[in-house]
Design a protein around this ligand. Structure first.
Ligand code: F0G
Length: 463
């Protein structure tokens, strides 16, 4: 059987390279690097994909779906020829059977966004409930291969949950840094449950992110697991390969993804560059990145044609996962937009909240950050209707929207919306003490109280 259950198709000699074309320094794949030691820019992991036979590999990927080998059952390791590991390295793999989310139709969301062909890829249906598992299985495997004892991350909640889960599987010590009081409870509960040392710092995600970079530069013992670690992005690349496999390699016109620290969008661009260069596809989908209006550094950088990132000071959004003002991977995200002829746009708090409710009506549901995708699609449609021809989205385009996190990560947001009690700004001191910026519960589904007797219930239901 071709390649099943083994690392047979894996190619040799991956290496690490600086993304800055003026520097381009290369390093060993076993160097524990986060930034280029020569120029401090971001790093890529490079695999030699030249010798892959695309048609054969497409068949192998499909066949692996019926294998019982844990590597084949993982929706990440199934595509291991695109990952920077040799056959011997596969002994280090830490997997929780990640990936394998279906591509779903979502007729109500499609109608809301004004599209005829919308599919949803729900990465919230992963073991720890977010897309991070795609990247974490690979980064923790690399950490294990390098013999790391302690891994760290800054997180708005999902990275920490995922890192803690994978560490629990292999005995590496997880230490997570989260902005105090700013992450959803579902996510905090996960990192506690999975045994991570959970450090709540005074400051937002951007402060935590700087702190973990400084820490990891200071100590050889500590390995950083945020998406600045290029191995994370290698794993997240496989989302694109999986979508194409599920579409029988018919390339969609557009893929829409939320933007926070910009690791996901960066990895999608890298996947598409590699797939095209290796001859797996001959056209590429346009990538649309959607940020929350109050945390939109990439959007603002693009619209002002700045050459350096314009960070958002005091970034704000109720979609706490993407409350990020200084995204680490912005240069790689620009590479994605350049290569795919893509664009970044923003969605307001109201637009995000309503789009989330509509996704719920499709029986899908997601955490607020994920709903930026459908909100963004609707917005692009509205811009077209308003005659903004430069930002067009054809209703007949084949579009895939990426949902990044599970609905149950942040139930408080959902309950507050449906009870018409969601505020952009709210301060709690056990009870709500101060609030402003009320959002409309346009699609509210309020719970009702009723007497516990048959007659009352029949009356309520009109039967
Ligand atoms: N959606 C969800 C649910 C997230 O948790 C994140 C990021 C994003 C979107 C943005 O993805 O950073 O790749 O652009 N969460 C990180 C965390 C920052 O710490 O969990 P990105």
């Amino acid at each position: 059987m071709t390649g099943q259950g083994s690392g047979e198709g894996i190619l040799k000699k991956p290496y690490i390279q600086c993304i800055n074309s003026k520097c381009g320094a290369r390093f060993q794949i076993t160097d524990k690097l986060i930034r280029c030691p020569e120029c401090s820019d971001l790093l890529d992991v490079i695999c030699d994909l030249d010798k892959l036979d695309p048609e054969r590999m497409k068949m192998v990927f499909r066949q692996r779906r019926s294998s019982l080998n844990p590597l084949d059952l993982s929706g990440v390791w199934r595509y291991r020829e695109f990952l920077p590991f040799t056959k011997a390295d596969l002994d280090f793999v830490v997997t929780l059977g990640e990936g394998n989310s279906p591509l779903l139709d979502a007729p109500k969301s499609a109608g809301y966004a004004g599209l005829n062909n919308l599919k949803i890829k729900h990465l919230g249906w992963n073991p720890s409930g977010s897309f991070k598992d795609h990247g974490m299985t690979v980064a923790i495997t690399q950490a294990r291969k390098l013999g790391s004892k302690i891994v760290v991350c800054a997180s708005t909640g999902n990275t920490s949950a995922s890192m803690a889960a994978y560490c629990a599987r292999c005995g590496i010590r997880p230490v997570v840094f989260i902005p105090d009081g700013q992450i959803a409870y579902g996510k905090l509960s996960q990192s506690l449950d999975y045994g991570a040392k959970t450090v709540q710092i005074e400051g937002d995600f951007d402060v935590a992110m700087q702190l973990v970079q400084d820490l990891s530069e200071d100590s050889d013992e500590i390995y950083l697991m945020n998406s600045i670690n290029p191995f994370r992005l290698e794993g997240q690349k496989t989302v694109i390969i999986d979508i194409l496999d599920q579409l029988d390699w018919k390339v969609p016109d557009r893929i829409v993804v939320p933007g926070g620290n910009l690791g996901n969008s960066s990895s999608y661009g890298k996947a598409l560059i590699e797939l095209k260069e290796a001859g797996f596809i001959d056209k590429v989908p346009s990538i649309s990145i959607i940020q929350a209006a109050g945390a939109s550094p990439l959007y603002r950088t693009l619209v002002s044609s700045a050459t350096e990132l314009l960070p958002t000071k005091d970034a704000f959004t109720l979609a706490s996962a993407i409350k990020i003002g200084k995204p680490i991977s912005w240069k790689k995200a620009l590479r994605t937009l350049d290569f795919t002829d893509g664009w970044c746009d923003v969605a307001t708090e109201q637009e995000i909240a309503d789009a989330k409710a509509i996704l719920g009506r499709d029986g899908i549901g997601c955490e607020p950050a994920s709903a930026t995708t459908v909100a963004g699609l609707r917005k692009l449609r509205d811009l077209r209707t308003a005659g903004r021809a430069e930002i067009t989205i054809d209703p007949d385009e084949n579009v895939v929207a990426i949902l990044t996190g599970h609905q149950l990560k942040d139930p408080e947001y959902t309950i507050n919306y449906h009870q018409d009690n969601l505020y952009e700004h709210a301060t709690y001191d056990s009870v709500l003490v101060e609030k402003s910026g009320k959002l409309h519960a346009s699609f509210a589904n309020q719970p009702v109280r009723v007497k516990a007797d048959k007659a009352s219930i029949k009356k309520l239901l009109g039967i």
